[in-house]
Ligand binder design. Structure first.
Ligand code: UDP
Length: 328
């Protein structure tokens, strides 16, 4: 298929774009490069443009005779969304509606959408399945939930076929070390810990050790970025006109902040000093996926099932790219 990947120069989008093209699809990346990296996209495959420009989206869709869209482009920092909700509603909601309407005009009705565990807010039950109430506690989560809602309505009214994939914590890097995680500023746990191992930071601040969890630190479900890419490919094959599927993507295994740091110590051989800091606002104590539906519907199961193997891929990337994509 001819596929447009919005945000395909970003962390998850670039891995998915490569995965799709290796599976034989004709992939075009649409990215404004505000957070994305030109080096993460194969030469000749990047359209540098913004989603607020409906004419450019439509031009990309028609020029390349696109048949399906994978929509990764979005702002994704919870704290920033609380401080600047305008940016989140504008970029994640308004610009996505522009994309959907450009798709309608170009008669492209297949879309796989990057949703998030943040749409659940503070879940009542762990592990979280898709029947959990979606009650987001921050603008980021709300912005993604609004789009999920719009997709349901567009499917019903206009015959869209969609999958909304609710990621848990994306982690790791491509095993060959070519693609990886490069955010500025970096706030995510694994890259932060590995920057300490590289000597770029003095220590890791652990945001709270008084949570109601066995070691007192927050538990998350870390899922390898190539496993996410694989789920996108499988979801694309399951799209049905007028219908949508919403699926959790996680391993079903929780790992505490402390356990992540221990895995990084083992993989890197570095002592990784830590210090306890106050809790980070908006952090639920535990988020672990029940991904049974993704397994049943897509036949998907993550290949990376333990923290050390995920960290090993991230470590290779960080060693080869100590300054991220700017290294080369
Ligand atoms: N975390 C931490 N120190 C850091 C970065 C993150 O203790 O320097 C914790 C954070 O509070 C959360 C977990 O690590 O419990 C995962 O955070 P991350 O930002 O990687 O992902 P999130 O769960 O926010 O999507």
């Amino acid at each position: 298929m001819r596929i447009l990947v919005t945000g395909g120069a970003g962390y998850i989008g670039s891995h998915a774009a490569r995965y799709l093209s290796r599976a034989g699809h004709d992939v075009w990346v649409y990215d404004n490069l505000v957070y994305g990296h030109r080096q993460a996209v194969p030469p000749g495959r990047l359209i540098v443009a913004d989603l607020h420009d409906a004419a450019q989206i439509q031009d990309a869709l028609t020029r390349h005779q696109i048949e399906a869209v994978m929509h990764f482009a979005a702002f994704a920092a919870v704290g920033e969304s609380v401080e600047h909700p305008d940016r989140y509603y504008q970029n994640n909601v308004v610009n996505t509606l522009k994309l959907l309407d450009a798709m309608r005009s170009a008669d492209v009705k297949k879309i796989v959408f990057s949703s998030t565990t943040a749409t659940y807010g503070v879940p009542k039950r762990i592990p979280i399945d898709e029947n959990e109430l979606q009650l987001p506690i921050n603008p980021y989560g709300f912005s993604k939930l609004v789009v999920e809602r719009a997709l349901h309505d567009y499917a019903k009214a206009y015959g869209f076929a969609f999958a909304a994939l609710r990621y848990f914590n994306a982690a790791g890097a491509s095993p060959d070390g070519d693609l990886g995680e490069d955010h500025t500023p970096e706030t995510h746990l694994i890259p932060v810990v590995l920057q300490v191992a590289l000597g770029q930071r003095e220590k890791v601040w652990i945001y709270g050790n008084d949570y109601p969890t066995p070691d007192g630190t927050c538990i998350r479900d870390y899922v390898h970025v190539d496993d996410l890419a694989d789920a996108h490919l499988k979801a694309l094959q399951k799209l049905e006109t007028g219908q949508g599927i919403c699926l959790n993507l996680g391993t079903g295994r929780g790992c505490s902040v402390q356990a992540v740091i221990d895995a990084c110590r083992k993989v890197t051989g570095h002592p990784i000093p830590t210090e306890i800091a106050v809790r980070r606002p908006g952090d639920p104590p535990e988020l672990v996926a029940d991904a049974t539906r993704a397994r049943d519907v897509l036949g998907w199961s993550p290949k990376y099932t333990d923290m050390e193997s995920i960290v090993r891929t991230a470590w290779r990337w960080h060693q080869q790219h100590p300054q991220g994509y700017a290294t080369s």
